[in-house]
Design a protein around this ligand. Structure first.
Ligand SMILES: Cc1cc2nc3c(=O)[nH]c(=O)nc-3n(C[C@H](O)[C@H](O)[C@H](O)COP(=O)(O)O)c2cc1C
Length: 191
């Protein structure tokens, strides 16, 4: 199963990027073929339909294609003001905007429809970004994703990782593994 993993942060010491790294490694151990994306590797401007009318940026097309090729996704979202960050919204808006002149990509949901998506979050706060998840899930449903019922919010992220990037808590690790396994289980059945 092809599993796409990415975090909604480009911050150098991001907890969600650390979490995505853990997920990528656990996903590989679970037998998935993992693609671990860093959104900082993509040049994606703030969405603007006027800009888009001159042509969809090449890196947006790359993201659309990568999304399309992966039946299973796991997103690690930060929480900003009880929501998810603009970075993530902007990426998801771009990849769900149709490319009208393109026979394949005029289908706005080609890269997201039917994806099985696991949602995780990490935050220095006690709630671990759970409120960001509660906003992200309806957006994913709007993109016709199947959101995994299991989720996990990693609270007190500042104390959650060892120096080598491993999770300190076996309970946190088990919860994250459970999300990965459920996503892979469902993606195997749907695809
Ligand atoms: C504008 C702003 C709003 C924030 N709001 C919240 C919040 O509502 N809840 C929360 O747990 N953390 C909040 N934080 C703290 C973030 O969780 C923290 O900066 C975190 O490290 C961001 O994720 P990252 O480490 O993956 O980059 C906020 C941070 C910023 C910059």
């Amino acid at each position: 199963m092809k599993l796409l993993v990415f975090a909604g942060s480009t911050r150098q010491n991001s907890w969600n990027r650390k979490l995505a790294k853990v997920v990528a490694s656990l996903g590989q151990s679970a037998g998935a073929q993992v693609t671990h994306l860093e959104l900082s590797d993509f040049d994606v401007p703030m969405y603007n339909a006027d800009l888009e009318s001159g042509g969809t940026p090449a890196d947006v097309m790359r993201l659309k294609q990568i999304g399309y090729e992966h039946p299973a996704w796991i997103i690690c979202t930060p929480e900003y003001n009880a929501g998810y960050p603009a970075l993530l919204k902007n990426m998801l808006d771009w990849i769900s905007s149709p490319v009208k002149a393109d026979l394949l990509w005029r289908d706005d949901l080609r890269s997201t429809r039917g994806k099985v998506v696991g949602v995780l979050s990490a935050s220095p706060g006690a709630l671990g970004g759970q409120r960001a998840q509660s906003h992200l899930v309806p957006l994913l449903l709007n993109l016709q994703c199947w959101v995994a019922p299991k989720n996990y919010a990693l609270g007190r992220a500042g104390e959650a990782f060892e120096a080598d990037g491993q999770l300190a808590s076996p309970v946190a690790k088990a919860n994250i593994q459970a999300v990965i396994e459920q996503v892979l289980w469902a993606a195997e059945r749907l695809h």
